[in-house]
Design a binder for this molecule. Structure first.
Ligand code: NDP
Ligand SMILES: O=C(O)CCC[C@H](O)\C=C/C=C/C=C/C(=O)C/C=C\CCCCCO
Length: 334
């Protein structure tokens, strides 16, 4: 069997600035017949995530773009995977893939049919970004006392919107910054105590002083650059900073050289500043998803998705992340 043609988005040029359409080519290739122990999947949902911008973290030139995918088994010679099963796997920006099951290096998880949420959530709130929010907040920002102030930026995105809500669940006072008035309204609808459009406020420093009169105890940073420095200067003693992302720098032609905050400030305030990669907690992701699914069912945790339609829209979906066009998780319905 097989006789299937797979289409893949191949990265053909290193990114310089915002990725361009001609940094990619869509290539079609006929897949071979399945061998024993293999199965064929067809993409249902693809994801685009900011880390794919990295020339270092993404696949090599000439290879398909990386990434998680929710896919349907359409042919199988593996007794563990039947036609019709839906799986989550690292298949990248590809329409069809041949897999040789969990025994191979690929991580292929059968989706849990007892969690009654859309399949696309395995790429968002109950996937890598959701785990990022959960562990980046709870393990690094460590909510300690009821009423502590948490500040999060890119707050209306996949990671940020869950960070703020988990902060509220843990009894924090939550302040969010995002790039449009529509996003600010969304954050308020999620229960954020204060929210600002950082593109239109006259001064970020003044907005922090106004919304965090007792200072900032915990800072979840998705943006980096000047934003990072400005918040760092307003942290309280024993403040915790979760350095999750630096999206303001990913397309910069000349990234900033370093942090523009005196080390004396860090010493005197005894700040704890920790970067992380979410796979650090990979063995704990499933436990987090169970708890988050419960919060969703109880109405305590809400999520949104910005859906692009069709395999050909992968590029538009990807660059939307850097233009701030999305609310919540960007996914592509194939
Ligand atoms: N450390 C880890 O393991 C992980 C880190 N991350 C990081 O988390 C962050 C959020 O990711 P994710 O939730 O998937 O993406 P989002 O859904 O938040 O989308 C990206 C958002 O970033 C904001 N943004 C884009 N460019 C800029 C800029 N120049 N300055 C300020 N804001 C900008 C935009 O929102 P706005 O309109 O508000 O500007 C945009 O909507 C990223 O930095 C990502 O790299 C994600 C997963 C794992
Ligand atoms: O969905 C899955 O299960 C697959 C997840 C794979 C993924 O590799 C896991 C972790 C992702 C980490 C993301 C990190 C960041 O976004 C922030 C760190 C670095 C981004 C550097 C971008 C540089 C741009 O020039």
């Amino acid at each position: 069997m097989s006789g299937v043609k797979a289409r893949s988005w191949i990265k053909v040029k290193e990114f310089v600035g915002l990725p361009k359409r001609d940094d990619f080519e869509i290539v079609e290739k006929e897949l071979p017949a399945l061998k024993d122990g293999e199965f064929l999947v067809e993409a249902l949902w693809n994801t685009v995530d900011p880390y794919m911008r990295s020339n270092e973290l993404s696949n090599k030139l000439g290879s398909p773009m990386p990434g998680g995918q929710v896919a349907k088994v359409t042919q199988s010679k593996d007794k563990n995977f039947a036609v019709g099963d839906v799986v989550l796997g690292p298949f990248g920006w590809t329409s069809h893939s041949i897999c040789d099951g969990p025994a191979s290096l690929m991580k292929i998880i059968k989706l849990d049919p007892t969690i009654p949420l859309p399949q696309s959530t395995a790429l968002g709130i109950l996937g890598m970004p959701g785990a990022t929010s959960y562990f980046g907040l709870l393990d690094i920002c460590k909510p300690i006392k009821e009423g502590e102030t948490l500040l999060v930026n890119a707050a209306a995105g996949a990671v940020g919107s869950a960070v703020g809500q988990i902060g509220k669940i843990k009894g924090m006072r939550v302040v969010g910054f995002a790039g449009s008035d529509e996003k600010v309204a969304y954050l308020k609808s999620l229960g954020f105590d204060a929210a600002y459009n950082y593109k239109t406020i006259p001064s970020l420093e003044a907005a922090i002083k106004e919304s965090c009169p007792n200072g900032v105890d915990a800072f979840f940073d998705n943006v980096g650059g000047d934003f990072f420095d400005t918040v760092l200067r307003q942290m309280n003693t024993f403040g915790r900073v979760s350095v999750c992302g630096a999206i303001s720098q990913y397309n910069a032609l000349e990234p900033r050289k370093g942090i523009d905050v005196s080390s004396i400030t860090l010493i005197v305030k005894q700040l704890k500043i920790e970067g992380f990669i979410v796979t650090r907690w990979l063995d704990q992701w499933q436990g987090a998803f169970k708890e988050m699914a419960q919060w969703i069912q109880e109405g305590k945790l809400k999520y949104r998705e910005t859906v692009f339609e069709g395999f050909d829209s992968m590029y538009d979906a990807f660059v939307s992340l850097f233009k701030g066009d999305n609310i919540g998780k960007v996914v592509v319905k194939i």
